[in-house]
Design a protein around this ligand. Structure first.
Ligand SMILES: Cc1cc2nc3c(=O)[nH]c(=O)nc-3n(C[C@H](O)[C@H](O)[C@H](O)COP(=O)(O)O)c2cc1C
Length: 331
């Protein structure tokens, strides 16, 4: 305790570049311990998060405009194998976790049946998984996979009230060829400028690209395999590192993240479809995108938002949410 106090008071007197180095080292220590790529299946939470990610790849695969005939079989087979491993390792502790991925796989099997695809091996291993986990496939009623959405309905809901706006916003993975108008984008940017920020510094910026530039950024982002050519506009949200002081080295990510979420909701409100696309990558990948697309080095990329004019009828990933009791704790 005393040693720690001495260390902190010494640290506060060090030159800022040294303090930053220590800060990065502290973050490095936590990365090594808690990052989900390390010792994944030895930790139930890490295993759950990575399974949710694999589960999402299946539901998002069903939500793109053109799925390849019989798509996704290797991924679904791998997911089932890992879910069975989860059941063996952690089924006693948290069996309920399996319900959502199992529901997604059931939706995937139905999707393939509708497409006249026979997948007996997957169905067999799915039956084994359900037996081992104690679920009867016919009792699985959780809404998972994809649903149909109509542009008109979503736009009406978005304008109705705040609750309906939040419930009707979904990530959309394909759009009409018509580009979204600058007037509508400006309306959304104006609304998003109401975002609170630390000391009202408003250090966010956006870089907006259309057509081939949008496709190319999304190709480089690499999180929209199979649909980047269907997103004809993208907004890169950044935050300016010059806006923040020595004691708040990560504040740009907080302010930029708040702004990005408000912009997503504002785009929905003005009637456009959108999808958040990750910028949570290693520095070299982000630097490459920034260099290619004229984004200054002092800005950190927070999020890419794919934007478009919604098709009259769409397939939308349901992206089932966890119960709030799992993610919130009153102290
Ligand atoms: C930070 C962030 C990064 C994301 N990156 C991707 C991505 O690279 N590819 C993708 O298809 N979806 C991406 N998404 C969309 C999520 O899959 C989606 O928000 C989630 O499944 C919840 O669904 P909803 O947006 O329809 O409510 C991302 C979302 C966020 C918030």
């Amino acid at each position: 305790m005393i040693l720690r106090r001495i260390f902190h008071s010494l640290k506060a007197r060090m030159p800022l570049p040294i303090q930053f180095l220590l800060e990065v080292l502290g973050y490095w220590r936590r990365l090594c311990k808690y990052n989900a790529s390390r010792n994944t299946d030895r930790d139930m939470q890490k295993m759950q998060y990575t399974l949710l990610r694999e589960n999402h790849i299946i539901e998002k695969g069903m939500s793109i405009r053109e799925t390849h005939h019989a798509f996704g079989q290797a991924k679904v087979a791998a997911l089932i194998k890992r879910l069975r491993k989860y059941q063996r390792l952690y089924g006693q502790t948290d069996r309920a976790f399996l319900y959502y991925p199992i529901s997604t796989i059931k939706a995937y099997i139905d999707y393939q049946h509708n497409d006249n695809v026979e997948i007996p091996d997957i169905e067999h291993s799915f039956t084994l998984l359900c037996e081992e986990a104690g679920f009867s496939p016919k009792d699985i009623v959780l809404s998972a996979g994809i649903k149909n959405g109509s542009a008109r309905y979503l736009q009406e809901q978005a304008k109705s009230n705040f609750k309906d706006l939040l419930y009707s916003r979904h990530s959309i993975r394909y759009f009409q060829d018509t580009l979204p108008s600058r007037a509508l984008i400006d309306d959304a940017l104006l609304l998003a400028s109401r975002t609170p920020s630390a000391c009202n510094r408003q250090a966010w910026h956006t870089h907006i690209y259309f057509g081939n530039d949008s496709h190319e950024i999304l190709r480089m982002q690499d999180g929209c395999k199979g649909f980047y050519n269907d997103i004809h506009c993208c907004i890169v949200v950044t935050a300016d590192m010059k806006g923040f002081l020595g004691h708040e080295p990560f504040q740009c990510y907080v302010d930029g993240g708040l702004y990005a979420q408000n912009l997503i909701n504002a785009l929905h409100y003005v009637g456009l479809g959108s999808i958040p696309l990750s910028c949570g990558f290693m520095n070299d990948k982000l630097q490459k995108i920034q260099n290619c697309f004229g984004i200054p080095e002092n800005e950190v990329m927070i999020l890419i938002i794919g934007v478009g004019v919604m098709c009259a009828d769409m397939k939308i990933a349901i992206s089932t949410r966890k119960p709030i009791t799992q993610t919130n704790k009153y102290h």
